[in-house]
Design a protein around this ligand. Sequence first.
Ligand code: NAP
Length: 506
Amino acid sequence: METKNVLMTIFGGTGDLARRKLYPSLFRLYQKGDLNDDFAVIGTARRPWSDETYHQVIKDSIASFEPSDKEAQDFASHFYYQSHNVKDTSHYDVLKELSDQLDEKYHIQGNRIFYLAMSPNFFGTIVSHLKSQGMMNTKGYHRVIIEKPFGNDYQSAFKLNEEINQVFAEDEIYRIDHYLGKEMIQNISAIRFANLIFESIWNNRYIDNIQISLAEEVGVEERAGYYDKSGALKDMVQNHILQMLSLLAMEPPVAFSEKGIRAEKIKALDSIRMYSEDEVRNNFVRGQYTEGEIDDQHFKGYRDEENVDENSLTETFVAGKFLIDNFRWSGVPFYIRTGKHLTEKGTRINIVFKQVPVNVFKNSITGPHKQNQLDSNVLTIYIQPTEGFSLIMNGKEIGQGFQTEPVKLEHRNSADIIENTPEAYEKLLLDVLNGDGTNFTHWDEVAQSWRIVDRIRQTWDKDQQTPPGYPAGTMGPKEAYQLLEKDGRHWIWEPDEWYRQRGLLK
Ligand code: NAP
């Protein structure tokens, strides 16, 4: 198996992301042999930790894998801690010296990955120092991994990109959207391009509408300070939702390669209709959670959360309709919704097919027909926490007469499989080691996503209205339902109904 000689420097090495995601993912790669003796990691942040303290942190972060003491110690021995303030130029000289030493000790041949796992405010400073202080004067490859959010609107993203481009070329920049590392997101392409039955009907002749729901059960929790300045639109729609949409809408790539897929995703994003202000008001709704109760659990309202302005206008929910102006999708709405404190955690995509041209069963002489319309065929892709897909078809109800009923064909990955599937971060880190940018966002995608989202945000900022409330535990404000009702449609996924029918939600 190919193994990677690399020095990875993690800026923000003491932080939450590094401990919860990066160290465990690196350990899994180590266990599998994707990393072995020729790698080293420098963790850096301001805290004055010793290497011993750092090694204990590393061991704690991988404890759930139950490694032997020797295995944990061997792995941790590749990690080095360097206290460093990213604003302090002279500290980069210390980092460089340590990097050069480790390069020699581990026969790394100058391959360097820089992981920026800290606030985006620092990205520009860090990359400019990497260059000015000679940390990239080696003959191997240089790659930078950048966490979201990439900017806070188009202007800031553009400026940030300019700064990074002074130092790294586009193909050396890995902008993380961890959704792209998820198993079922990667499966969207398999479902579409490996199944003739779907690809042949994946267009406006057969698809009535597509729904993307990204529901969080939790509220803002400890991220309130950041979230109150961002809101659901920037936090979720600009990245994860538009990424999912582009994978669903793109044309088949010439080859399943980084270049091929990126080109098609960018074209799909470019085809999303840019709304006028009035169109934004008609096609997008927001919401803010108020206090609520579900299954005997009580939640406070958003404005009562710690670190949230008591008059905050920040949306904790967005629902909207995107239209794509190209031959394949003209006339097919892509409904999206995302929010905090919704009924249930879940990300799923529903592809709703059109009705058959004539319902021949409507006038059947046998059977007490409850309805004149057949149920729609719906293909559902479950992204998380369950993973899999299902297809609703119409079959004949067993027995006398001729009554149709919806039947669900379903494939869900078992808990065992999910447990053993590589975590998104593990897959993405391996991609970076392999130099494969397919599952990362290209600048053109980021830029177009911001342009789309900025238009919505600017309209809302102009209106300065309090977002409609929705009780925590429900699936958003009534306006989100009306958005589809006025088009004669409804949300396919209604977990709130399940709770209501059992008296667990008012
Ligand atoms: P965090 O826990 O607040 O970590 C921030 C890190 O930056 C700490 O290690 C901190 O260490 C270091 N730091 C702050 N100021 C510094 C300075 N002047 N010089 C050197 N180091 C400094 O944040 P996080 O949750 O890990 O998030 C990191 C990035 O990942 C953010 O961009 C976030 O949006 C993104 N992200 C995080 C998650 C997640 O699950 N946590 C998920 C998606 C995206 P010291 O205090 O010791 O200096």
